[in-house]
Design a protein around this ligand. Sequence first.
Ligand SMILES: Cc1ncc(COP(=O)(O)O)c(C=O)c1O
Ligand SMILES: N[C@@H](CCOP(=O)(O)O)C(=O)O
Length: 412
Amino acid sequence: MTPVEALACERCGRRYAPADVEYTCPEHDGVGGILDVRYDYDAVSDELAGVLDGPTGDLWTYEPLLPVDGDPVRLGAGGTDLLDAPALGDALGVDALVKNETTNPTGSNKDRGSAVAVSRARQQGHDTVACASTGNAAASLAGYAARADLDCRIFVPADLPEAKAVQPRLYGATVLGVDGTYADAYELCREVSAERGWYNRNAAMNPYAVEGKRTLGFELAEEAPDADWVAMPMGNGCSLAGVWKGLREFERLGVVDDTPRLLGVQAAGATAIYDRFVAESDDSDAAGSRSEERGDGEDTTADSIDVGVPHNAGKACRALAESGGDAVVVSDEAILDAQRLLGECEGVFAEPASAAAVAGIHAAVERGTIAPGERVVTVATGTGLKDSASAREAVDDVISVDAAGQGLPEDL
Ligand SMILES: Cc1ncc(COP(=O)(O)O)c(C=O)c1O
Ligand SMILES: N[C@@H](CCOP(=O)(O)O)C(=O)O
C-alpha cells in the first residue's frame, strides 16, 4: 500500500491524518467537504515500477496505489476490455473505443469503488456496510459485502427497475425502498448509518470509494495513452472525478506524457453538474447559447444518473475544466438511439445512463467540440441487462411465428 499522507478537504484544503477522520471534513457539517486521499509516492517508487511494468489483471494489480493494508476483498472488478469500435466510430464520425465496464462482477464500474470501500470496512472491523443507490452501487456493495461476510443495508428510491432491486437482495443485503428520490435515500442512509454505526460507502462522503474508481483512469492511461477524449455519464460526478484523478496521477508518475480531455454527459432530466459547469465557464456567450440545449426535462429514463443533488459536482466540474474538456446534455430519445447503436455496432448492451455518453459524443461532434476523426473512448459504465424495460423502448417488437413457420417474413 502506498502510504496515505493525509486526507485533504476539497473545499477548504485542511489536511487530516487518516486516523482522525472517517468521512467528510468536520468544518463543513456534512455539506460538501469531501476528503481527497493524498499519498507519499516516493515511499513506494520501486514497488510502483513493478506494477507499471507488469501485466494488468483486476484492479488489485494497482494494490500498491490503493489505500488498503493486507488481504483485499476480491471479486474480479477492473481489468475490463478496451474494445476497438470501428462501426460505432463510423456512425459518430470519430475514432471510437469502448471501455466495457459492463463486465465487472456485478455489472458496473461501481465495483471498483466497492472493492476498496469494503476492503477498508473489513480491515477496520466493521460488521455492517450501507449505501444509498440508484441501483448499481447497491448491487456492487452487496456483492462485495457477501464476499467479505459483512451485513449490508441498501437505501434505494422505491421506483427502481425490478432487477436492480432484486440483485442486492440475492447477495443477502436488506433493501429499504425509500418513498422519494435518490437525494432522499442518500440523506436517510447518512443519518441512519451514523446512528447505527454502519460503514457508509457512498462516494459522496466516503473518501476511499473514489480511490477504487480511479483505477479506471489508470487502465485508460495504460491502454489508450493516445486518446483525445474520454466520454462518461455523470450522476453524482464521482466516477468522472475519480477517472481524472487516476489519469493525472499516471501523468505525474511519468506513465503517460499527456491526459485526454473529458466529456461529461448528463441527461436532460438531471442537469445539475452541467448547469454548474456552464455557469462557471469563462465564456458567457457560450453559457447563454447552452441554456437552449439544456431542455426542461424533469425526469429521465437514464435512472442511474437521475441525480438532482449531485454531491461531487465541484470535483466533476474541476476535472472537466482541468482536462480542457466539456459537458453536454442529451435527451432521452438520443439516449435510447445511442443504446441501440452501441448494441448493434459493437455488441455491448449498456444501460441508458451509459448510452448517454455515446449520445454525448454525437452532440459534441455536432457542436464542433470534438473534431471529426479524434480518438474518443466512451465508458460503458453499466450493463443494460438490469433494466430491460428501458431497453424495450429502443428495440423492435418480437416477430410472432407459429411452430410451422407461419408469420415468418419473406424478406428476412
Ligand atoms: C451505470 C452508471 N453510469 C454512470 C453513473 C454515474 O456515476 P457518478 O454518480 O459517479 O457520476 C452511475 C451511477 O451513478 C451508474 O450506475
Ligand atoms: N448512481 C449511483 C449513486 C451512488 O454511487 P456512488 O459510487 O457515487 O456512491 C449508484 O450506482 O447508485
